[in-house]
Design a protein around this ligand. Structure first.
Ligand code: ASP
Ligand code: MG
Length: 395
């Protein structure tokens, strides 16, 4: 007996016609797989529209009720899919997160899946039904519906695949994961297979094709992931453990816009408040990265770090309250080279820096991990750099 979890995003189920098309893809898959669980996102821009409505009525919408509201988006798509299947005479059942046994913990609007009690799903599968589960939601210990953070249906799908011992297939409106965003580079290549680690790095460094938490979860529970076009007829990208996959040094170039750079000067002699500053930012829930530190000959220190542009007001408020000497730079983006083979190769950094030099592109910050190098550049240089890197590394 084999089992699969198939997840479809909001754009794949945006209209009833699209729901019909997706139903066909599910039925085709059912021919080769005994038990199929489907996880759906809300139709099209439903979630965005709901948030907009809540904000029309309140400056600060109650998180509990916003979760209740948003959870209805997935209930609509899941119910419609089951209604359609039944109209075709196909046995199917739509389940909310609660009915599917998904228990959540943590704050509203960004809760996590704590556990899944899959008995109901298993029973329905055994009864021969296609089980359709609402993504993005669970129920917490107080009996309230919570949501898993934007894009959270990927996480629902992976978690279900983990407890059901199934493969997880994420269907979307692109043909898989590409070496470079095809909108920036026409001849970008589709990647056949990637490691979890590379995919996670890509998702964190800006690639929008899959939600990062779901990749981390897939790795933790060794759930095989597959990302493919929602028509089901084009070979997509497999994500699995690193075996002896043969590949290029660089597998992908990702980019992330709307990065804010904050530069803090601490003059020599004053007691350094850098630790306190980082702590206050953390207390304000500001996520920072690309931290760099320098000390000049006089002993003055310069610390800089990046955050999302959306945190600008908060960062400025925190640093102003501390009376720090700082400036912020906007209109930046982060361009990253990613590849796990980088780990065992010399000369990758030299080639990357060579590209920036030849292209005369200035960078503000550089950061590296074992499997990536990222540059912070002006947003108007972003595409030039992506293409130049793609040329250099043959992507
Ligand atoms: N509908 C939710 C959102 O738009 C969850 C998802 O699409 O995965 O964020
Ligand atoms: Mg969505």
């Amino acid at each position: 007996m084999n089992r699969v979890v198939m997840k479809f995003g909001g754009s794949s189920v945006a209209t009833t016609d699209k729901i019909r098309d997706v139903a066909q893809v599910i039925l085709n898959r059912k021919k080769t797989c005994d038990q199929v669980v489907v996880v759906l996102s809300a139709m099209g821009k439903t979630t965005d529209n709901m948030i907009k409505m809540a904000e029309e009525l309140s400056k600060n919408p109650s998180p509990r009720e916003t979760d209740l509201l948003m959870s209805t988006g997935e209930m609509i798509s899941a119910s419609l899919m089951a209604i359609h299947f039944k109209s075709l005479g196909i046995d199917s059942v739509a389940l909310t997160g609660f009915q599917a046994g998904i228990k959540s913990v943590g704050s509203h609007r960004k809760s996590k899946i704590d556990s899944i009690e899959p008995q109901r799903i298993v029973d329905e599968l055994r009864a021969g039904k296609i089980v359709i589960v609402t993504g993005f939601q669970g129920i917490n210990a107080s009996g309230d519906i919570t949501t898993l953070g934007r894009g959270g249906s990927d996480t629902s799908a992976v978690a279900l695949a983990a407890v059901l011992g199934a493969d997880c297939e994420i269907y979307t409106d692109v043909k898989g994961i590409y070496t470079v965003d095809p909108r920036v580079r026409k001849h970008a290549k589709k990647i056949d297979q990637l490691t979890y680690e590379e995919t996670l790095e890509m998702a964190n460094l800006g690639a929008k094709v899959i939600e990062p938490r779901s990749v981390a979860m897939a790795e933790r529970f060794a759930v095989p992931l597959y990302i493919a076009l929602n028509t089901g007829d084009v070979e997509g990208t497999y994500i699995r453990k690193e075996d002896d996959m043969e590949k290029n040094v660089i597998t992908n170039i990702s980019k992330k816009d709307n990065v804010l750079l904050t530069i803090v000067n601490e003059s020599f002699g004053k007691e350094s408040r850098i630790t306190e500053c980082l702590k206050n930012l953390a207390d304000g829930d500001v996520n920072i990265d690309m931290i760099s530190h320098a000390r000049d000959k006089e002993g003055n220190q310069i610390i800089s770090f990046t955050t999302d542009l959306a945190s600008k007001a908060l960062v400025e408020e925190i640093l102003s309250t501390m009376e720090m000497d700082f400036e912020v730079v906007v209109n930046l983006s982060k361009v990253s080279l990613i590849g796990s083979a980088m780990r065992n190769q010399v000369g990758v950094a030299a080639r990357a820096f060579g590209v920036l030099h030849d292209e005369k592109i200035e960078y503000y910050e550089v950061s590296t991990s074992e499997i990536s190098i990222s540059y912070l550049v002006d947003v108007d240089k972003e595409n030039q750099l992506v293409n130049a890197f793609a040329d250099e590394f043959n992507l």
